[in-house]
Design a binder for this molecule. Structure first.
Ligand code: B4P
Length: 193
């Protein structure tokens, strides 16, 4: 089973993914973390990724899809945090899911107003959180990633979660959005209240 976390930069995907993955014993795959690790190790892939990360651009699709493909398997449950980030990556994910004998159970979309995103990113102050980079990343998100909301809504797998407020409250909303704790998701998913 695969759950995807979708949202703008700073919407809290990583924060919430760690919590849900631990509660549900899922493998947490954060493409942002994998890219930053590759950069820190100074591998050829990491050097290529660094240019894009620090410029606030998406890293090339082949590179990111390759990182995910290396890790997906049939036996585990996966939480994909930050992948896919555009329509072409979504098509790649469909192929990877098929090849791995997996199923896409839900796409959780974190709704956070832009002013709050900027406040969080400025406070986080990672190397890709400078004012220019934040502006670029929010633009890239609006252009390339936001169309995935309608894409997954049309497929009936999108679950919207209000991403503002206390982190534990949001974690409880996410748990409700993906079904009862510890239980496998049924298909189709039950409607939310
Ligand atoms: P990511 O690592 O995915 O990071 P992100 O989108 O900026 O942050 P996230 O939503 O996970 O927010 P977080 O929990 O940290 O991407 C980084 C870069 O990697 C991208 O720009 C891109 O270049 C590259 N990349 C990644 N995936 C890619 C892909 N598929 N294709 C191409 N390129 C890719 O939270 C942010 C801050 O808010 C934290 O400081 C946190 O403590 C705080 N916070 C969280 N929840 C909060 C709450 N409820 N209230 C207040 N603060 C909160």
């Amino acid at each position: 089973m695969i759950i995807v976390f979708l949202g703008a930069p700073g919407s809290g995907k990583g924060t919430q993914a760690s919590r849900l993955a631990a509660r549900r014993h899922m493998v947490h795959l954060s493409t942002g973390d994998l890219l930053r690790e590759a950069r820190a190790r100074g591998t050829p892939l990491g050097r290529l990724a660094a240019e894009h990360l620090d410029a606030g651009r998406l890293v090339p699709d082949d590179l990111v899809a390759g990182l995910v493909a290396e890790r997906l398997n049939e036996g585990d449950d996966f939480l994909l945090d930050g992948f896919p980030r555009n329509i072409s990556q979504a098509a790649r994910l469909d192929d990877l899911i098929r090849e791995a004998g997996q199923t896409l159970a839900a796409v959780v979309f974190f709704e956070v107003p832009e002013g709050e995103l900027v406040r969080r990113l400025v406070k986080r102050a990672r190397s890709d959180d400078t004012p220019d980079t934040i502006r670029r990343r929010l633009h890239v998100y609006a252009e390339e990633t936001a169309p995935l909301i309608a894409h997954y809504e049309d497929r009936g797998v999108l679950r919207r979660v209000a991403g503002v407020g206390d982190i534990e409250e949001i974690a409880a909303r996410v748990a409700r959005a993906v079904g009862d704790e510890g239980e496998a998701l049924t298909w189709p998913l039950p409607a939310l209240d």
